[in-house]
Design a protein around this ligand. Structure first.
Ligand code: IDP
Ligand code: MG
Length: 138
């Protein structure tokens, strides 16, 4: 069975949307293997976002992700990697389709980095790598 790494970013935790977001994932029929609320260390975030190092939004992204607790989770299900990306919607929350997490609950707040509520692994290789970073015991 496929697994993916999901993060509810600090904006989602601050806005008390963790329940609503987890509800959508469960309602879709995926199951949770692990869920933990935690403050991400700089090392964890640097490993997680290594592919974005050097991009203009990298430092704002690291700051944003350090601005409060994140809820890290591993969800499991048939094609959950693609399935969660579809539930989440496209990266830019203003343009994400209604019906998606980002489309229904997110928008542009004028920040230097897109505050788009959630992260989801984008491929089986990313999922394996990211689950290893956040939940090394799994
Ligand atoms: P994804 O989260 O949809 O996979 P990525 O391209 O992997 O999108 O980017 C990681 C995160 O960095 C995004 O979720 C968003 O928070 C932020 N981000 C990506 N591109 C931009 C940008 O052009 N400006 C500001 N923030 C961005
Ligand atoms: Mg990504």
């Amino acid at each position: 069975m496929e697994r993916t790494l999901i993060l509810i970013k600090p904006d989602g935790v601050k806005r008390s949307l963790t329940g609503e977001i987890l509800r959508r994932i469960e309602a879709k029929g995926y199951t949770f293997v692990a869920i933990e609320l935690r403050e991400a260390s700089r090392e964890t975030l640097a490993a997680h976002y290594a592919e974005h190092e050097g991009k203009p939004f990298y430092e704002p992204l690291m700051e944003f992700m350090s601005s409060g607790p994140v809820l890290a989770a591993v969800a499991e299900g048939q094609r959950v990697i693609e399935g969660f990306r579809s539930l989440a919607g496209t990266t830019e929350p203003t343009l994400a389709a209604p019906g998606t997490i980002r489309g229904d609950l997110g928008r542009d707040w004028g920040a230097k980095v897109m505050q788009n509520l959630v992260h989801g692994s984008d491929s089986p290789e990313s999922a394996e790598r990211e689950i290893g970073i956040w939940f090394p015991a799994l």
